[in-house]
Ligand binder design. Structure first.
Ligand code: PLP
Length: 381
């Protein structure tokens, strides 16, 4: 059997990883500013993380959600504290798409409605509702097509108001990324998120904050939506939550009540996943990684501003995007193959930086030197 060929691959085999670095099977070291797609939050193979998962594995790795799993309560308590959403309730699942799927489903159970507002350039995952709410027709199979999703332009307050004025009674939820990731690092305006909160309150709709990529401390706040100073009804999270261990979740405002069997999963919240997620939060707290994301993000942003060749610099904390020069279509590839630096991308020519929240200033300085070289502006060039 061979693999189903759905990913265009870089011909690199990673065999070792530590902190913000990975090494290939030829011994080449790479700076990882991609974090395996915003997943590596506390750094690769963090010793506390390795230890906690290893210890748990030797006790019990998995048992089903039919029994009491105290690690889940511990995780809920800690997540509430670190995120500042102590009165919310946690439902655990396995991936970002599943988190969004559950959030939209829960909203519909709650208010009995069927329509969902999503935005241009959104990405919410590849399962049925999540992909239907994703603004990329290439990902939507005929079976996923539905007239239940209303797409509106991102950050367009007038369009949002008009939509609620017309269809407010039918709208179950509004789903929005605080900073669009796959769409190219587009920051939602605080006033736009505030308007979503207001309209959802006025019309009985549910505000879903997709924080799968922009959450978990990446922006310096636990959720990037926090910058707007309003609370969402449901936050979805995944990627950074397990630092690579597949674990995801949604947290739910107390106004939305739970009923037995309305949501469920076999693997979600298993012992190993909880151990991984707890280790991540413990390190985020003990190493003050949200603060680090803010400080290093600010430094990186300020330094990148010094390159006039890099256009539309945008983002928050350690979620940063910029457009590479038009004449350098291979900028990202050159960073990888010439400079041994992993970065993310968005079409056509956006570079996305999604490193570990433990990134150090020295790593940033190394990156900036490499940018200089690739732009042909190195001091000795
Ligand atoms: N939501 C956002 C904002 C994402 O960036 C992603 C993945 O990139 C998802 C949802 C889907 O997550 P997953 O791939 O874990 O299903």
């Amino acid at each position: 059997m061979k693999l189903f060929d759905v990913y265009p691959l870089n011909n690199i085999t990673i065999v070792k990883a530590k902190g913000s670095y990975v090494w290939d099977d030829q011994g080449v070291q790479y700076l990882d500013l991609y974090g395996g797609h915003a997943v590596i939050s506390i750094g690769h193979t963090h010793p506390h993380y390795v230890q906690r998962i290893t210890d748990q594995l030797s006790k019990v790795g998995f048992y089903s959600n039919s029994i009491h799993i105290p690690l889940q309560d511990e995780l809920a308590e800690k997540l509430g504290r670190v995120s500042g959403k102590e009165n919310y309730a946690l439902f655990l699942c396995n991936s970002g798409a599943e988190a969004n799927e559950n959030a939209m489903k829960l909203a519909s159970f709650f208010n009995g409605r069927k329509k969902i507002v999503a935005f241009s350039k959104s990405f919410h995952g590849r399962t049925s509702l999540a992909v239907a709410a994703t603004d990329n027709p290439n990902l939507v199979a005929p079976v996923n097509q539905t007239d239940k999703i209303i797409f509106l332009p991102f950050n367009d307050k007038e369009a949002l108001k008009a939509c609620f004025a017309e269809q407010g009674k039918e709208i179950s939820s509004v789903i929005i990324e605080g900073i669009q990731g796959v769409g190219g690092i587009n920051v939602a305006d605080a006033s736009f998120l505030q308007l979503i909160r207001q309209l959802c309150d006025e019309h009985g709709a549910v505000y879903i904050a997709d924080s799968v990529q922009c959450g978990y401390g990446r922006t310096g706040q636990f959720f990037s939506h926090d910058f707007a100073g309003v609370d969402a009804d449901i936050y979805t999270m995944a990627k950074g939550m397990g630092n690579g261990f597949p674990v995801a979740g949604i947290i739910i405002h107390p106004r939305i009540p739970a009923k037995h069997f309305m949501l469920g999963t076999t693997f979600g919240g298993n012992h190993l996943a909880c151990a991984a997620a707890l280790a991540v939060l413990e390190v985020i707290e003990s190493e003050k990684l949200m603060q680090n994301a803010q400080t290093q993000g600010q430094y990186l942003m300020e330094e990148l501003k010094k390159f006039p060749q890099l256009k539309n610099l945008r983002g928050r904390g350690l979620m940063i995007g910029f457009d590479a020069p038009d004449e350098q279509k291979e900028f990202r590839k050159n960073l990888l193959w010439n400079q041994h630096i992993f970065t993310g991308e968005a079409k056509p020519n956006t570079i996305r930086l999604l490193p570990s929240l433990a990134l150090k200033q020295k790593d940033i300085d190394d990156f900036l030197e490499s940018v200089k070289e690739e732009l042909g502006v190195a001091e000795n060039a």
